[in-house]
Structures are given as structure tokens and as C-alpha cells.
Design a protein around this ligand. Structure first.
Ligand code: DQA
Length: 139
């Protein structure tokens, strides 16, 4: 099984960025843990701070990966283009967030991803990604 993880803006700073909200671990570190936990999965990882690059990556993997885990970060709340990209590809997307966006500011309660995603997992810290992997494996 091939799973692509796509992270949006500012998630390259995980580990140092607002650790009280996002934790103290870098994503690259966490990815190693995921690879150990799921040796049967071939993980592909992409992060960008640029909206168009995230759309290009969805197009690139969206016809060959078995599943996509997308944390579009701040673009979740603003990007019609990312929502449209999910509709345009074949592979199912699970939307994840590290924090519980519904327990935060009102502008984080809107998502252009959710209506086009297979499902939504949020609020479990980095474990949100593990839960998304499990949901693809158990589908
Ligand atoms: C986030 C939540 C977003 O509102 C925020 O802009 C992020 C991270 C999360 O994983 O909790 O950058 O997607």
C-alpha cells in the first residue's frame, strides 16, 4: 500500500512552532515512527508553504497512491483550489489536523477540504496521522 502524506504551510516548523499547540516533535522524526509502525506501507512525504505546489503534488500522486493524508494547515480555511484538486483526482484523501480546530478561533471552523475528503481526523496531536493510516489499512 502506497500512502502519500502532504503537509501545508508552516508544518516544516513542527517541533519549534507553538509547541503548546503542535507539540515538540519534528514531522520528519514522527515519520520515522510511522515507518516503523507500518512496515507494510510505502510512505511518500511532501511539504510545501506554497499553495500551487500542494495542488501540483495532489495531481502528481492522486492517480497512483492508494491513499493521501492531507494536512493543508492554514490553506484548509482559505483554498478553493485545494478543494477542487481533491475533487479532480482519483485517490481518496483523509484530512488531518494536529489540533482540534473547532476548539480554536472561528476562522479555523471552515474547511474547503472536508466536503471533498473521505474523512476528517483532528485533535489527536501527531497521532492524527497514525489514525489516518489505520483507517486506510482497515478500509
Ligand atoms: C493545523 C490547524 C490549522 O488551523 C493551522 O493553520 C495549522 C495547523 C493543525 O494541524 O492543527 O497550520 O492544520
Amino acid at each position: 500500500m502506497k500512502i502519500s502524506i502532504i503537509n501545508g504551510p508552516n508544518l516544516n516548523l513542527l517541533g519549534t512552532r507553538e509547541p503548546s499547540i503542535y507539540g515538540a516533535q519534528t514531522f520528519v522524526d514522527y515519520l520515522d515512527t510511522l515507518k516503523e509502525q507500518f512496515p507494510q506501507v510505502e510512505f511518500d512525504y511532501f511539504q510545501s508553504n506554497i499553495e500551487g505546489e500542494l495542488i501540483d503534488e495532489l495531481h502528481r500522486v492522486g492517480f497512483s497512491a492508494d491513499g493521501i493524508i492531507l494536512n493543508a494547515a492554514a490553506y484548509t480555511h482559505t483554498s478553493v483550489g485545494l478543494g477542487d484538486a481533491i475533487k479532480a483526482i482519483d485517490t481518496s484523501v483523509i484530512e488531518v489536523h494536529i489540533s482540534n480546530t473547532f476548539a480554536r478561533e472561528d476562522f479555523r471552523h471552515t474547511s474547503y477540504i472536508t466536503p471533498n475528503a473521505k474523512g476528517l481526523i483532528l485533535g489527536f496531536g501527531l497521532a492524527s496521522y497514525r489514525l489516518a493510516v489505520e483507517s486506510f489499512l482497515n478500509a
